[in-house]
Design a binder for this molecule. Structure first.
Ligand code: BGC
Length: 400
């Protein structure tokens, strides 16, 4: 294997990602806020102030730009923009527009996610994604976001990880509320169809707002690996959890690939990682090669030469040297996929900040550490190194 660095392709996105509910704090109108304050869930603690990024976003963007990143993916919160059905907050739209302009002023290209797991309480109360009219309501919200995204935003993600939305809906029907601890339980088919319809409607709205915006969605990829003889079982297992959502991206401008770990599949289904493998704070197997599998699989399923963007990739750890090693291994995979001719147009790490990991602040994914009492931010060494690659615009190779 060559150790020669691979130059970033022209226009390559180099950044970090966040999601509103995980960092803003006091997202009190969202469905998650209700879940966080309900009894009998797997949620260990509520998000409360989170990282207070609703007020401190300038500092977050300053830090990312100073580190060398050129792109920042963040989400805007439907529950703030439309706190009551049909009532849109001009003040919140102006808030998010200031964020878009603030990013551009700092040399960060904003990638805006319109929906990252949370919905307004009124939307959930009327039945969520599968209720009559849900698609139209989402499309109307997207149209209302025009003042935020119409100028200066090159990439918009309609819905983050629709496959996880379908999985969480499946769990909720079985009485289990929260973010799945590992692997992907059975998704709810009806929700799958509903979010695909909502995505297609949102793509249309975004193109109406500005036909120059590159629009897509981002899929959670589990890097399913078939053990010998389990290829068919793996394909059947993967299709409703992943491929159906990748297929639905055909016709979009790009697709987001999000991976953290792998799942091995045997003839009887998924096989838990053995006890002797290194695990991260989310209990997932430490497996930096996941992103390579995810990129190659996505390219194969979506077909054509659709641009792929790694929109999330990272590790929850209390040992930042393992974080740096994870990213080095992952970037090696991205470099090798580029050498093989995959059309990869960006890499955004998860996550810019230590944040609210859907039920707990304990799994620390941040390139930037956040003190949850003082809200003080401290860039970790891994962030300094990763950011610096944005100045030399090269992906390093590691031995392997
Ligand atoms: C989600 C993030 C989450 C991350 C780590 C993805 O499923 O988009 O919101 O924090 O993975 O679990």
């Amino acid at each position: 294997m060559t150790h020669t660095p691979v130059p970033f392709p022209e226009g390559f996105l180099w950044g970090a990602s966040t999601a509103a509910h995980q960092i803003e704090g006091n997202n009190t109108n969202s469905d998650w806020w209700v879940k966080e304050h309900s009894a009998d869930t797997h949620i260990q603690e509520p998000s409360l102030d989170a990282c207070d990024s609703y007020h401190r976003w300038r500092e977050d963007m300053d830090t990312l730009a100073r580190l060398g990143f050129t792109d920042y993916r963040f989400s805007i919160e439907w529950a703030r923009i439309e706190p009551a059905e049909g009532q849109f907050s001009r003040a919140e739209l102006a808030h998010y527009r200031r964020m878009v302009e603030g990013a551009i002023e700092r040399g960060l290209r904003p990638m805006v996610t319109l929906h990252h797991f949370t919905v307004p309480q009124w939307f959930e109360a009327r039945g969520g994604w599968t209720a009559d009219g849900a698609t139209d309501l989402f499309a109307r919200y997207v149209a209302a976001c025009a003042p935020v995204i119409s100028e200066g935003v090159s990439h918009v993600c309609t819905i983050n990880e629709p496959n996880m939305i379908a999985v969480m809906a499946g769990q909720a029907k079985r009485g289990d509320i929260g973010f799945p601890p590992a692997g992907l339980p059975t998704p709810d088919d009806e929700t799958t169809q509903a979010v695909i319809a909502a995505h297609h409607a949102a793509v249309k709205e975004v193109r109406t707002i500005n036909a120059g915006i590159q629009v897509g969605w981002t899929i959670a990829n589990q890097a399913y690996q078939a053990l010998p003889g389990a290829e068919d079982v793996t394909g059947a297992y993967r299709h409703p959890r992943e491929d159906i959502f990748i297929e639905a991206a055909r016709g979009d401008d790009w697709i987001g690939v999000q991976s953290y770990t792998r799942t091995k599949i045997g003839p009887e289904g998924p096989i838990p990682a053995s006890d002797d493998v290194e695990r991260t704070l989310t209990q997932w197997e430490y497996y930096p090669s996941a992103v390579g599998y995810a990129l190659r699989h996505t390219a194969e399923v979506v077909g054509g030469d659709m641009p792929l963007i790694v929109t999330e990739n990272g590790i929850a750890t209390s040992d930042d040297s393992r974080r740096a090693d994870y990213y080095a291994g992952a970037l090696n995979e991205v470099a090798s996929a580029l050498e093989d001719g995959l059309n990869i147009q960006g890499y955004l790490a998860w996550s810019a900040l230590d944040n609210y990991e859907w039920g707990s602040f304990k799994p620390t994914f941040g390139l930037i550490a956040v003190d949850l009492e003082t809200f003080e931010r401290t860039a970790r060494p891994s962030a300094v190194w990763l950011g610096s690659l944005g100045r030399i615009r090269e992906l390093p190779r590691t031995a392997g």
